[in-house]
Design a protein around this ligand. Structure first.
Ligand SMILES: [Zn+2]
Length: 282
C-alpha cells in the first residue's frame, strides 16, 4: 500500500544507536601515551600521518619513521592521510595538491601494508576543487576542523565535520549529553548519534592536561550501547547503509554489500545480512 508511511533509521553495528570515534593528527611522540590510554578503554581512533616531514623534533616532537612504524604498524587503530608535507591544499595548485595526496598514500600504504583511504585536512583547509581531487584519488572521507557540537552523520564524507575538539569548553557537557540521552527515547528525531572528537596529543603535554582524555573516556568509554570504531569503519558502514536498495512499497530491502546492516523501522530493529533481501512484517 503506497499510502503506508514507515520511518527508517540507520543503526550501527549490532543494532547500536550510538557510535564514538576519535581523530588525532601529525604522528607525534605523545601519540604513544595516547595509544595506551585508548586501548585501556577499548575505544578506537584514526591517526592522520604525514610522510614528508619527519623528523621535525622542533615541531611538537614528531616521531621519526621508525618510531611511527613501531607505534602504528600493527595497532588496532586506523591510519589515514594528512598530506605528504602538511601543506594548505587550498594554497597550492591542483597538481601539487594531488601530489600531496598521492605521495602520502604511496608512502603509508607501502610502509604500513594496508589500504589508506581516509584523511584529515591539514589546517582543515578544503574547497570544492580539493574535494574533486580527493574523489579522483580514491579518498573516501576527509575530516575538517569545523566543530558542529552535534551528533549528526555527515551528508558528504569529504567534508566530515567533527562534533568538537578536545579543548572545547563544552566537551564534558557534550559527553554527558551523549550518554544521558538516546535517539531511542525520542518520538520522531531517532537518528543515530555519532560523537566525534579530534585533536593533537602534543596538546596534552603542552598544556599538562592529559586528564581531558581520561575524563572524557571515563564518561563515554566501555559502554555496551556504543560502537567504538575508527573513522574509516564508520564511513564504510554508513556508505553500505546508504547503498541499501528499497522496494517501491517499502516492504522489501536488499543489502548488496558484504556488511551486515541494521535498520530501525517503526521502532523495531532489523538485521539485514550481507547479500540478503529482508521482507518487513509491517
Ligand atoms: Zn596537522
Amino acid at each position: 500500500m503506497l499510502d503506508m508511511q514507515h520511518e527508517t533509521f540507520l543503526r550501527f553495528s549490532n543494532g547500536r544507536a550510538k557510535a564514538f570515534t576519535l581523530s588525532y593528527d601529525d604522528g607525534v611522540a605523545a601519540d604513544k601515551r595516547l595509544l595506551k590510554i585508548l586501548d585501556s578503554y577499548g575505544v578506537k581512533c584514526t591517526f592522520n600521518l604525514n610522510s614528508g616531514v619527519f623528523p621535525d623534533k622542533g615541531l611538537h616532537n614528531r616521531m621519526d619513521e621508525r618510531e611511527a612504524l613501531d607505534a602504528f604498524k600493527n595497532c588496532r587503530h586506523e591510519i589515514a592521510l594528512h598530506g605528504h608535507r602538511h601543506l594548505y591544499l587550498t594554497k597550492v595548485s591542483k597538481v601539487q595538491a594531488a601530489q600531496e595526496i598521492v605521495a602520502n598514500r604511496e608512502y603509508l600504504e607501502s610502509r604500513y601494508e594496508r589500504l589508506v583511504c581516509g584523511m584529515a585536512y591539514a589546517y582543515g583547509a578544503t574547497n570544492a576543487e580539493i574535494c574533486d581531487v580527493l574523489r579522483s584519488l580514491g579518498v573516501h572521507y576527509a575530516r575538517t576542523t569545523y566543530s558542529t557540537g552535534k551528533f549528526d552523520l555527515p551528508s558528504d564524507f569529504l567534508r566530515w565535520d567533527p562534533t568538537c575538539h578536545h579543548t572545547d569548553a563544552h566537551l564534558q557537557e557534550i559527553a554527558q549529553r551523549f550518554v544521558a540521552t538516546s535517539p531511542l527515547d525520542e518520538r520522531k528525531a531517532r537518528e543515530s548519534y555519532l560523537f566525534y572528537v579530534w585533536g593533537h596529543s602534543y596538546e596534552f603535554d603542552d598544556n599538562n592536561n592529559w586528564h581531558i582524555i581520561t575524563d572524557l573516556l571515563d564518561v563515554v568509554g566501555s559502554r555496551d550501547e556504543v560502537w567504538y570504531a575508527a573513522n574509516g569503519e564508520i564511513c564504510d558502514y554508513v556508505n553500505a547503509y546508504r547503498s541499501l536498495q528499497w522496494g517501491i512499497e517499502d516492504q522489501l530491502v536488499y543489502n548488496p554489500t558484504c556488511t551486515e546492516l541494521w535498520v530501525e523501522r517503526d521502532k523495531k530493529l532489523y538485521c539485514i545480512p550481507a547479500g540478503a533481501t529482508v521482507h518487513f512484517d509491517i
